[in-house]
Design a protein around this ligand. Structure first.
Ligand SMILES: [Zn+2]
Length: 470
């Protein structure tokens, strides 16, 4: 398998540090406001990558953090909603958006505020190695000294002198305007709850150090893949790389960056008021359609969201659904039913191995559907069954199998609601019969439930039931 490593600016064969295992860190959201289309796309890209690595036999540890303390979170907090309440409410919105799109939960989803000690330990090492210093203006800030690290700029191939100044803290305490904050001394206008004790005085972490600390904590000093949106390359990822390697860590083996989402040809921005939020998308189409739409482009390309974009995805998904329904109907009762093995075509695997080329993989999927439909037309049911198995396998890997359980949760919920009502009603009648000492009637109800596979347990708080084997 090959991945495009943004640091090498080249496709590289993927070889993990430990055979069979992959450690993957993805920059998660700063939970300051509702998730938008770009956030969903980023999380989805790494979900696809993880599913493919899993398919290829790797045991993947995926870490996607939650930046729950940052300038932006503090700015958006109000008198009625403290920063930590805002952060948590927003985090739930993100989780809901991810869940709706079938994005599997990461192995670990750490919040920055739970790894403050780990950040201190990296800063300690940087100060000891003279790659960081405490500001001389008494602010309590600690900065990374970019001039002390000759490799600074390696990720984005920039020369220090041509870089923008870091705008993350008061430049007065900095030796160089490009030095960035590792620790920010507490300011009197910031809430006391957003302040932690440190060897350099009370304060809070800079944004970049959060990711370095969480990556190290959950994946070790060196790990395989670091991912995030293209907009994070500089300064965020450049700074993560500099501080972690200057502190002696190997850090990421491969840097992957996903493309951004534009809206009607324009960059999304608050000032333009053209942001498309997760809620807008999920209100406009079925979640599986949104997943198809956001996942169909190559992960490194820019997506342009425009009116009608979801309709195109809906049509493509309809072709998949119609074929699976049609082939299922046609094969039922024939000796070919269930004979198609769930196996992906070689061309699909080759596309996914080629830097996760989902557009080519989808082309193979739709070709297989065309051939499958032609086989049904020509009454070649053996071939139709083979196509069915392949389509199932491909859509499962991409997370777009419309008949998969992950897309039928709503239905399950409805069914369990009905079941609850019916069983509770029967148990109620059984209780009434027993109270009336009509044990024959009570036993009959019990027998009906037992035959249906439901076990009843009489306890001091009433009868409890469960479905056998669950
Ligand atoms: Zn990060």
């Amino acid at each position: 398998m090959q991945l495009y490593d943004s640091r090498a600016q080249a496709l590289r064969d993927f070889t993990p540090l430990v055979p069979g295992q992959v450690g993957m860190y993805v920059c998660g959201p700063t939970v300051q406001s509702s998730p938008h289309i770009g956030h969903l796309r980023s999380a989805l890209v790494y979900d696809q990558m993880r599913r493919w690595l899993n398919y290829r036999g790797f045991d993947v540890t995926l870490v996607r953090n939650v930046t729950d303390i940052d300038d932006k979170v503090l700015v958006n907090a109000t008198e009625n909603e403290e920063w930590w309440a805002l952060a948590y409410r927003t985090e739930l919105e993100f989780s809901e958006g991810y869940r709706a799109l079938g994005i599997l939960p990461p192995t670990y989803e750490p919040r920055a505020t739970a790894s403050i000690q780990q950040m201190h330990s990296i800063i300690d090492r940087l100060i000891a190695e003279s790659h960081a210093y405490v500001a001389e203006d008494g602010s309590g800030d600690v900065y990374f000294d970019v001039r002390s690290w000759p490799q600074y700029g390696a990720l984005t191939r920039q020369n220090i002198d041509s870089m923008d100044a870091a705008t993350d803290a008061d430049p007065r305490g900095k030796r160089d305007p490009r030095d960035f904050a590792l620790w920010k001394g507490h300011k009197s206008d910031e809430p006391a709850s957003a302040s932690w004790p440190s060897p350099w005085g009370d304060g809070r972490p800079g944004w970049h150090i959060e990711c370095s600390a969480m990556a190290r904590r959950y994946l070790g000093a060196a790990f395989d893949i670091h991912g995030g949106g293209l907009d994070l390359r500089f300064p965020h990822h450049e700074n993560e790389l500099a501080q972690s390697t200057a502190a002696g860590d190997g850090f990421a083996g491969y840097w992957v960056h996903n493309g951004l989402v534009n809206v009607n040809g324009q960059k999304m921005s608050k000032s333009l008021g053209n942001s498309v939020y997760a809620a807008d998308l999920l209100g406009a189409a079925r979640p599986i359609v949104v997943r198809y739409y956001l996942g169909q482009a190559h992960y490194r390309s820019t997506i342009d969201y425009h009116d009608g974009a979801l309709a195109e995805a809906e049509a493509a998904l309809d072709r998949i659904e119609s074929f699976l329904e049609r082939v299922g109907r046609r094969l039922t009762g024939t000796r070919f039913a269930g004979t198609g093995t769930e196996q992906i075509p070689d061309a699909f695997a080759a596309a996914m191995d080629d830097d996760l080329s989902v557009p080519q993989a989808l082309a193979v999927l739709h070709d297989t559907i065309r051939q499958g439909n032609a086989s049904i037309d020509g009454e070649d049911l053996a071939l139709a069954a083979a196509a069915q198995g392949q389509v199932m396998a491909m859509t499962e890997i991409l997370g777009i199998n419309p008949f998969s359980v992950e897309w039928s949760r709503g239905q399950d919920k409805a069914v369990s609601g009905v079941l609850n009502t019916l069983v509770d009603q029967l148990l109620d009648e059984r209780q009434k019969s027993r109270a009336a000492r009509d044990f024959a009637a009570a036993d009959k109800i019990r027998d009906v439930l037992t035959t249906a596979g439901i076990t009843i347990e009489d306890t001091s708080t009433g009868a409890h039931w469960s479905i056998d084997g669950q």
